[in-house]
Design a protein around this ligand. Structure first.
Ligand code: OXD
Ligand code: MN
Length: 594
């Protein structure tokens, strides 16, 4: 008798009609074989899927060039499909499940003809973790199969574990004909199913990532009482040897990965990495919040990554960890066959090939690497990997940090008064947009908890869920907002960022431990300047004061925008958040009068 899994694979094969079906076992040998297939046999857009890079300088590294229209997440073509639109909320595109399936069936009929269907059994989270989820993805490209091998814990043992059960998260993916008009990423949370056609780009095609670990998992978390968040997880070891675990939520391409692997500018501090993008958070029996990283790799933005900005990532990328590393849409040094991107170490190579494989034209003002070019690399290559990274229980979180790119208004760091006040601070977060999704870059967009593109249901309910989780904890993490990106009137960054951000993390740890008090403002508690270790920094007192200034006029304007944004969640918006809003409004006008 066929198992539910075998029956499901069979049904999808009947629809998509691949020439071959190959069940992956997740071994490294297999990953290398898939790379070979991508180099020698498989073609996308007439091009080989992989190209070998200089193995001496970049062990196990390969270059992939995607279709030029397929370079970022396509939020406008991403849908969640519940029977009713209200569940999806204004933060999601919505389609009725039957309508979505009828459309997807048409697009998928025979879409794998001439191709191989790879069956990928993988786990999000360590297989021994009570919080982990068993998943199966079907795909018709070696690029996705190898990337998933890097990003998740893939193994044939998952098939055994699923056995006769139908409790597994299903993902069906095909690159289709890569026509941007026929590119859809459809989520069916009530059926544990994601269906993606027409894109090979990471967030659209590596379904374990945004689709399952965030959109689907956030819905599961709502049902089961936990949180799936767009957050890094790190341990901060202080000079006394104690490690404090924190999470940080920031929109795409705002420096999360740099933070997760930071090299401290203050002696005696060390950062231990647990994850750079996603955290699943559960209330433990001890009343604390525990975090696991469901992923096992990094899908990071290449431009700007260098020995200066993120030395530990450069070491990760160059390590011979046996697992393949993939560079997607970076440029190539035509003389040395090494990947290259804007903001990498060393001078611009003379013979530079751009991300589309054409000689880069020095006279043009184009970038040689795509601004959203990426690397896909195993987390086990990381020199700063925490020894708790595989702990099935996860790590207990003492502080949660929220940040975005804000050139004005938002202080360098600010602690919320309590959990509901922190939920309000995270709910009103905004950030200037980046190249990680296909939209205009540099525009301020509200992005609550950095989850706007990833929350799989109405954010009104999501805020309510956060408040509820808060009530279940006896020792909740403290909540902080940060902003590394404040600029002065001439457009210069006021804070050095990168390794110097440890100075902010140090203050956060002091607040957690009660050894700093801070100063109360209407928006939260900011540091007294003497509580910050600024040794060796060349920043004047005036600039430091500016970094913590609360400008009532600016905040009034901000609150007006926040109100418009939050109002769209209508009846689903928790009253408690509006109460927080009113309290802040009142305190700001009192400050203005005083
Ligand atoms: C990512 C993203 O790829 O957030 O992590 O876009
Ligand atoms: Mn992300």
């Amino acid at each position: 008798m066929a198992t539910p899994l075998e029956r499901w694979v069979d049904e999808q094969a009947k629809l998509t009609k691949p020439d071959k079906i190959y069940w992956c076992n997740g071994s490294l040998d297999e990953a290398r074989k898939l790379i070979e297939i991508g180099i020698r046999e498989e073609r996308i857009n007439g091009q080989p899927v992989f190209q070998e890079l200089n193995q001496k300088a970049w062990p196990n590294a390969y270059l992939h060039r995607s279709h030029p229209t397929d370079v970022a997440r396509t939020e406008h073509l991403t849908y969640v499909c519940y029977p009713d639109r209200l569940t999806a909320g204004p933060n999601n595109n919505w389609m009725a499940p039957e309508e979505a399936k009828a459309m997807m069936r048409k697009l998928s009929d025979g879409c794998m003809t001439g191709r191989t269907m790879y069956v990928l059994p993988y786990m999000m989270g360590h297989p021994d973790s009570p919080y982990a989820k068993a998943c199966i993805q079907l795909t018709d490209t070696s690029y996705v199969a190898v990337s998933m091998r890097i990003m998740t814990r893939m193994s044939k043992t998952i098939i055994k574990r699923i056995g006769n059960s139908d409790d597994f998260v299903r993902g069906l993916h095909s690159i289709g004909d890569l026509d941007p008009e026929k590119r859809f990423i459809m989520h069916f949370p009530l059926e544990n199913f994601v269906w993606s056609v027409g894109s090979g780009y990471g967030g659209n095609a590596l379904l374990g990532k945004k689709c399952i670990s965030l959109r689907m998992a956030s819905w599961l978390g709502l049902q089961e009482g936990w949180l799936a968040e767009h957050m890094v997880i790190l341990g901060i070891q202080s000079p006394d040897g104690e490690v404090t675990y924190v999470t940080a939520a920031m929109p795409s391409a705002c420096g999360k990965t740099n933070l997760a692997m930071m090299e401290s500018a203050l002696p005696g501090y060390k950062i231990w990495t647990l994850g750079d993008d996603i955290a699943w958070l559960n209330v433990g029996p001890d009343g604390r919040l525990w975090a696991i990283n469901p992923e096992a790799g990094f899908f990071g933005v290449a431009p700007g990554t260098s020995m200066k900005t993120n030395p530990n990532m450069m070491r990760t990328l160059k390590k011979d960890g046996f697992c393949p590393t993939i560079f997607t849409n970076t440029a190539l040094n035509g003389d040395t066959n090494e990947p290259w991107w804007e903001g990498s170490d060393g001078a611009r190579p003379k013979n530079l090939i751009d991300w589309q494989g054409k000689p880069w034209d020095r006279a043009s003002d184009t970038k040689a690497a795509h601004p959203n070019s990426r690397f896909t690399v195993s987390i086990y290559n990381t020199p700063t990997l925490s020894e708790e990274a595989d702990n099935p229980k996860g790590v207990p979180i003492s502080a949660m940090i929220f940040g975005g790119k804000r050139t004005k208004l938002i202080p360098l760091v600010c602690e919320s008064f309590d959990w509901p006040n922190g939920v309000f601070a995270a709910a009103r977060m905004g950030s200037e947009t980046t190249a990680a999704a296909a939209h205009r870059v540099g525009v301020l967009r509200r992005d609550p908890m950095a989850m706007l593109p990833f929350c799989g249901y109405s954010m009104g309910d999501y805020f309510g869920h956060w408040l509820k989780i808060g009530k279940r904890m006896t020792k909740p993490p403290k909540i902080f907002s940060v902003n590394w990106f404040r600029q002065d009137d001439s457009g210069n960054f006021m804070w050095p960022g990168f390794g110097d951000n440890i100075r902010v993390l140090e203050w956060i740890i002091k607040m957690v431990k009660g050894s700093a008090k801070g100063r109360r403002t209407p928006i939260g508690i900011v540091p007294n300047l003497e509580e910050l270790n600024l040794t060796g920094l060349n920043i004047g007192k005036e600039t430091m004061c500016k970094l913590f200034e609360v400008n009532p006029e600016g905040w009034k304007h901000e609150l007006g925008e926040v109100k418009t944004f939050l109002r769209q969640f209508a009846d689903k918006m928790p009253e408690e958040i509006w109460q927080q809003y009113k309290d802040l409004e009142k305190q700001l006008s009192e400050k203005q009068l005083s």
